[in-house]
Structures are given as C-alpha cells and as structure tokens.
Design a protein around this ligand. Structure first.
Ligand code: NDP
Length: 447
C-alpha cells in the first residue's frame, strides 16, 4: 500500500467513525490531504499512528443549557466544548453562538485550531466550543442569562492552565464579560488567564479586538510582497461585517487598499467610493443593526438583499463571515474577474474545490489557519500579560502581531517549498503546523 493511499484510508476511517459531520470531514480532508510527503519522510509518524490520534479529540463535552427569556419562557439549548489536542499547551479556541452550531461544526473548528495554534509558536493547544443559541434579537438581559447558564456547566472544564476559551461568531466582549463574571462568581477566583478577549480594563489585551482583522491584512500584504505587489490601490471585497471584517477593512484601508463591499447574512452593500468604516462600526458595533442601513446613510451606495459578494470584480478577496462561503463557482468568477489573492479571515470559508481552482489559476491563497491566526496569537499575548500581571501598550502588541504574521507567512512558505509544493501556503501551513504538534506528541508518549 502506497503512502498516499494511507492518507486516503486515514480520511475514510475518520469519516466512518464520525458520521453526519460533513464540515469535520472536509477539514480533515483539507489538512490530512497535505500529509503524504511528510509521512513519506517520517515513517515513525505512520508507525505511531500520529495522524489517526490527532484526528480524535482528547475529550468532547456536550451539555444542556436551560435559560428563561424576558417573558419567562424557558428555552433549552445545547452547549459544546471539544478539547482536541494539548500537546503544545492548554486547549485554546473560541466559543461560537449561532443556530447552526452542532458537534460537526465545533469539531471542524477545533481540529483546524490545533494547527493554527501550533503555527503561532506560542505554546497553545487546540479546542473549540459554543452553542446553538442565537443571540440575534435577544436583549442584554437574555444574553446575560444565557451566558450564565452556559458557564454554570462549562466552568468545571476550563482553567488558565487547562482550557482557555475566547470569542467567535456571536461571542464578543459583552458575552465574554458575562461568562467571565459567572466563572468568577462560581469559583471565587479572579483567574484572568481563563478567558481571552476580555475588556482592557479587567485583564484584556489592547489590540485583541483588532488582531484577527489586522493580522489578516498583514498576511495578505506579505503574500503580495512575494509577488512584487502590495495592497496599495487594490480593489478588495470583505464579506461579513463582524469583528474580523471590520478590522480587516480598517487595516486594508490603512495599507492603501480600497474595500468596495461588505455584507451580513441578509445582503451585501457596494460602495464604489470605498466603504466608510465609521458607518459600518456605528451600525454593527453601536446599534447591533443590519448592513442594509449603510445604504440609508450613503445614498450613492447600493444594497442588494441576498446577492453574491464574489460576483463583484476585485483584486483581493477577504472572506470574513463563515465556512464554505466561497464555492467552486464563486472561485471561478473571482479568477475570471482578475482576483490575484485570497486571504481567509473566516475559518474554512473556501470549499476544497474552490481552493484547488485558485491554486491552479495561480491565485495566492492565505489559508485560514495561517491568515487569521493573529487573533489567537494575540490571545496568547493576553495570557502572557495576565501571567505577568501587566498590560502592554497598543503599539507594542500590534508590532508583536505584525512580527508573528510575518513569521507565520515565512514558516508556511518554507514548509511548502521543503515538501515539494512551493507557493502553496495551505500545504505549508498544514505541514508546519502538524510537525510541531507531532514532535510533541511523540515526545510525550502514547496517549
Ligand atoms: P461576528 O459574529 O463578529 O461576525 C460574523 C459576521 O459574519 C457577521 O457579519 C454575520 O452576519 C456574518 N455571518 C455569520 N454567519 C453567516 C452565515 N451563515 N451566512 C452569512 N453571513 C454570516 O464573528 P467574527 O467576525 O468573530 O467571526 C467571523 C469568522 O472569523 C468566523 O469564521 C470565525 O470563526 C473566524 N475567526 C474569528 C476570530 C476572532 O478573533 N473573532 C479569530 C479567527 C477566526 P449576521 O450578523 O447577519 O449573522
């Protein structure tokens, strides 16, 4: 049996053992699909079944979350925490609150997180969690009661040296505040390091809010530099209008790019003069409103309900909303329209077919686990500050973030070249991320 068949049979076995979880299957294929040359060169990894072990989470926690709304009606949601791998450090990864959340989503995110966290080289393992709770349209009090109910179970599984959650879709500083408060109340400990993404006044790091979006722009700038280009004068699309999207737009604009469109799950807004970030922030951060309101404030802008943002011609595409938002047809359209670089701000925003199409067309693809690693890297910097009971200035954290993104970019490029896939950042990220974890797993014995 050849080695490449081994990779295929490992994927098939994972799929068989985890039925009904297509997003997890997709993530495993995307990651493990890059491993053939590594396993070829390192037979000890095959013998020790390191790939099979890495595909099986250390622990999967599912629990009931019961809470009551403002009318006194009782709701029952499901909570998840998948502690995937701790070879490099405490489990680390965000919590997602969105009606689409189920075990398969949490597992795909947790699996990708292992390799992303490894790439940061900051000593963090991989995990992820969340709930099928939908915060949209809920009052602050309802969100607080939900967060308290969620944490009443989750608290027993987490800790600064065990498992450190953060935000993700539907979980921002408000939710983290409520969850941290409940953790503190139950344990009677002000344990800063148990959460990242905290408010800067009570243990949060400056620049953490901005970090994923900024880091994405830094990564894309590095990819363009390799091609003798930059973001200066480039037309860009940014999907979504949440945390990652907002700060990606800001940094791209600072670096000279022109973002002409962004979106939410209801529709897209197109502004040929360039998106006014202040308006987006007012709508999304201030009023928790819908992106449609952008066109009320800027009469020349066009709002399209539904709509497909990837139909708009651009040089650089930055998917910052959710998984599988770029399919094969979208990728084809982007290539036809002259797109030269894709930076994945969201996790797994491109299907595997879309990525293949981009790579065949010579488009530079910054894969999520590298391009959006700035968020978790800055979370690790927050943990460092908490451990030292100190707070660093914004510029200092931002400069560290920039360095980390440059290093991740270089690591991916080098690993891709070393293993026979020059220019393929996805292969490079998968291989480099995997090798660090695999070495640690071998050193720590069979588990
Ligand atoms: P937010 O909740 O702040 O924003 C999410 C945005 O994406 C919103 O505009 C939302 O629109 C849109 N969106 C969400 N789900 C869908 C959907 N099914 N279809 C269309 N649009 C959708 O989340 P974040 O910005 O934090 O996260 C965005 C992505 O970035 C996720 O994939 C996340 O995993 C990833 N990520 C986030 C990090 C972070 O630090 N926050 C770190 C690394 C990755 P609407 O309001 O209509 O739902």
């Amino acid at each position: 049996m050849g080695i490449s068949t081994d990779v295929e049979s490992i994927c098939e076995e994972v799929i068989r053992r985890n039925p009904g979880e297509p997003e997890f299957h997709q993530a495993v294929r995307e990651v493990v699909g890059s491993f053939a040359p590594v396993l070829d060169r390192h037979p000890e990894l095959v013998e020790e079944k390191v790939v099979e072990r890495i595909c099986e989470p250390d622990r999967q926690i599912l629990f009931r979350v019961a809470w009551d709304d403002d009318e006194g009606q009782v709701h029952v949601n499901r909570g998840f925490r998948v502690e995937f791998n701790s070879a490099l450090g405490p489990y680390k990864g965000g919590l997602r609150f969105h009606p689409s959340v189920y075990l398969g989503i949490v597992k795909f995110l947790g699996f990708e997180q292992i390799f992303k966290n490894s790439l940061t080289n900051l000593g963090i393992g991989g995990g992820k969690g969340g709930s099928d709770f939908d915060p949209k349209g809920r009052s602050d009090d309802e969100v607080m009661r939900f967060c308290q109910a969620f944490m009443t179970e989750l608290y027993r599984h987490i800790g600064a040296n065990t498992d450190v959650p953060a935000g993700d879709i539907g979980v921002g500083s408000r939710e983290i505040g409520y969850m941290f408060g409940q953790y503190k109340r139950i344990t009677n400990r002000f344990e800063s390091g148990v959460f990242t993404g905290k408010g800067p006044g009570w243990g949060g790091s400056l620049a953490r809010t901005e970090a994923t979006g900024y880091g994405l722009a830094y990564f894309v700038q590095e990819m363009l530099k390799v091609r003798g280009e930059s973001l200066e004068g480039k037309t860009c699309l940014v999907s979504g209008s949440g945390n990652v999207a907002v700060y990606a737009i800001q940094k791209v604009q600072e670096l000279g790019g022109k973002v002409v469109a962004c979106s939410d799950s209801d529709g897209i807004v197109y502004d040929e003069r360039g998106i006014e970030l202040d308006t987006v922030r007012r709508i999304k951060e201030g009023e928790r409103g819908r992106i449609a309101e952008y066109a009320d404030a800027h009469k020349h802008a066009r709002y399209t309900p539904g709509g497909n943002i990837w139909d708009i011609p651009c040089h650089v595409a930055l998917p910052c909303a959710t998984q599988n938002e770029i399919g094969k047809g979208d990728a084809k359209k982007l290539v036809e329209n002259g797109c030269v670089a894709v930076g994945e701000g969201a996790n797994m925003p491109s299907t595997n077919e879309a990525i293949r199409l981009f790579l065949d067309a010579g488009v530079a693809v910054g894969p999520a686990k590298a391009a959006n690693a700035g968020g978790v890297a800055t979370s690790a910097l927050e943990m460092q500050q908490n451990a030292g009971r100190t707070a660093w200035p914004f510029e200092y954290v931002d400069e560290k973030l920039r360095e980390i993104m440059r290093d991740i970019h270089a690591t991916c490029r080098e690993a891709a070249a070393e293993y026979g896939a020059p220019g393929n950042y996805l292969a490079g990220a998968n291989i480099a991320g995997f090798m660090r974890v695999a070495r640690a797993m071998l050193a720590q014995g069979l588990a």
